[in-house]
Design a protein around this ligand. Structure first.
Ligand SMILES: Cc1cc2nc3c(=O)[nH]c(=O)nc-3n(C[C@H](O)[C@H](O)[C@H](O)COP(=O)(O)OP(=O)(O)OC[C@H]3O[C@@H](n4cnc5c(N)ncnc54)[C@H](O)[C@@H]3O)c2cc1C
Length: 442
């Protein structure tokens, strides 16, 4: 069994892999961690932005935890090139590290359109802790914030921006908001809800340049009015951090192509999280799901395999869940499959919408939108996710849902979805605390 494990990246995938190796081997192997940043969770940055949590709460594994897990660390160092034949990694300071097996978990980074002014002071991304600090320093009550892009990440920070007392305008090049998360009907509902809550939204507008304008930023578009902003946030997409692997021979498409054990084309090099292009659990197609649950599951599976177990991954579930101004918006699985049979339900008076997509009598995708104050909305988010995830056959309940798309609970209970999901664990066993020798645990 390999004795020298190298983990590149200290985000969700990297840390879950380390923890799982230690759950399995109790400290027997050598683990080296290389990470450009100190370990923290990107997902909690919106709560840091609105000051619900202090900066100290964004950090995940402390130096003490990593020492307890017997991990050698190179924090603040970047992987620069991988020699997959020679089993060595070269860092940005020229140092080299030898490994028996390694995990590439370098996540992704925010990208901006290449327009003049995209790098001006006052124009920010919101992906890293450093960028979050810059945004916090730039926003004050009454600031006019222009968010460029109306996708999932923009929506994760929307509440925080409003709660800081800023005025928010969202500009989106697509004809509607959330183009990759909900369908057109759903988007219209969310759009109307946000406008009612004071958010200005401009869709179908192409940003062509940003200029400095006496302490502010002026945004120019292909057509129409210009906008004057105190602060601009570019939520215009992300890209996996793969450039440093050029020339390594590792097979890549949108991400690193991995098999069902999350091995890349080099069998002792694994990939997980935002950089990995692995199996979608519903469609079976290779896909990059740049979301937290996939990174966590990838990390667990890779860790177990590195520790010598033989764990195949069932595939990840596409899911996006966000709450904006007390409206829950969620989509799961293959919600946008144009070939799927689909039922929809709309209750405009409650700002509620459902779309259920089917393959035979199995639910393969769903969209759910509804007010968080309507108790059934939050419950149904969980139940619809469970139904898509479990892929149970719903038999006659399919017809019930066709007639009553808002009445999910009886179908969920009758199909025994909880019983189908409960025994399923990623590693085929319950989670446990890493048990290290007494000399190591303080
Ligand atoms: C504001 C925000 C909100 C989000 N909200 C949600 C949400 O609600 N739900 C959800 O599912 N997902 C959410 N996400 C996405 C989620 O955070 C990511 O999918 C997840 O962090 C991916 O984990 P990862 O381990 O693949 O990568 P990351 O967590 O990005 O970790 C990558 C690690 O690699 C390091 N690294 C990068 N390049 C190198 C290099 N060359 N050498 C060495 N180290 C390197 C980084 O420093 C970091 O330690 C959110 C993201 C953001 C930014």
């Amino acid at each position: 069994m390999p004795a020298r494990h190298l983990i590149i990246g200290a985000g969700t995938a990297g840390l879950n892999a380390i923890r799982t190796i230690r759950e399995e081997d109790g400290g027997a192997s050598e683990i080296t961690l290389v990470a450009a940043e100190r370990p923290y969770s990107r997902m909690v940055l919106p709560y840091y932005l609105d000051r619900s949590i202090a900066e100290s709460h964004v950090f995940t594994a402390t130096a003490a935890t990593l020492a307890n897990w017997k991990v050698k660390t190179h924090i603040g160092k970047k992987a620069a090139s991988l020699n997959a034949q020679g089993n060595t990694l070269t860092l940005d300071d020229g140092a080299t590290i030898e490994y028996d097996d390694c995990l590439v978990a370098t996540g992704s980074r925010a990208i901006r359109p290449s327009i003049p002014g995209a790098d001006l002071p006052g124009v920010h991304s919101f992906w890293t802790l450093e960028q979050a600090r810059e945004v916090i320093a730039g926003i004050a009550p009454g600031s006019h914030v222009v968010m460029v892009g109306a996708g999932f990440i923009a929506f994760t920070i929307l509440n925080s921006i409003l709660s800081l007392g800023a005025k928010l305008t969202i500009v989106e090049i697509a004809p509607r908001i959330l183009p990759r998360m909900v369908d057109e009907r759903g988007a219209l509902l969310v759009d109307a809800w946000l406008r009612k809550h004071g958010v200005r939204i401009l869709t179908g507008v192409a940003l062509t340049r940003i200029e400095a304008a006496r302490g502010k930023r002026r945004l120019r578009f292909r057509k129409g009015e210009t906008l004057l902003a105190d602060l601009v946030i570019m939520a215009t997409g992300i890209k996996p951090n793969l450039d440093w692997l050029e020339g390594s021979g590792i097979r890549m498409n949108h991400g690193i192509l991995v098999d069902d054990h999350l091995r890349s084309s080099a069998p002792n090099v694994y990939a997980g999280g935002d950089v990995a292009e692995g199996k979608d659990g519903v469609t079976g197609a290779p896909v990059v799901h740049a979301i937290e649950p996939t990174a966590m599951e990838h990390g667990r599976v890779v860790g177990a395999n590195m520790a010598g177990r033989d764990v195949a991954y069932r595939g990840s579930l596409n899911m996006n869940i966000v709450e904006v101004c007390r409206l829950d918006v969620a989509s799961f699985g293959a919600w946008d499959d144009p070939n799927a049979e689909a039922f929809t339900g709309l209750r405009p008076e409650r700002s509620a919408y459902r779309k259920l997509c089917w393959s035979g009598d199995r639910l393969t995708g769903a969209i759910i939108i509804g007010q968080a104050a309507d108790v059934w909305t939050t419950n149904d988010v969980g139940m619809l996710k469970g139904l898509v995830h479990a892929g149970v056959r719903l038999g006659a309940w399919k017809e019930h849902l066709r007639r009553h798309p808002f009445d999910v609970k009886p179908a969920f209970i009758a199909s025994r979805t909880t019983e189908a999901l409960l025994p399923q664990t990623i590693l085929g066993r319950p989670s446990r605390t890493p048990e290290l020798p007494a000399t190591v645990i303080r």
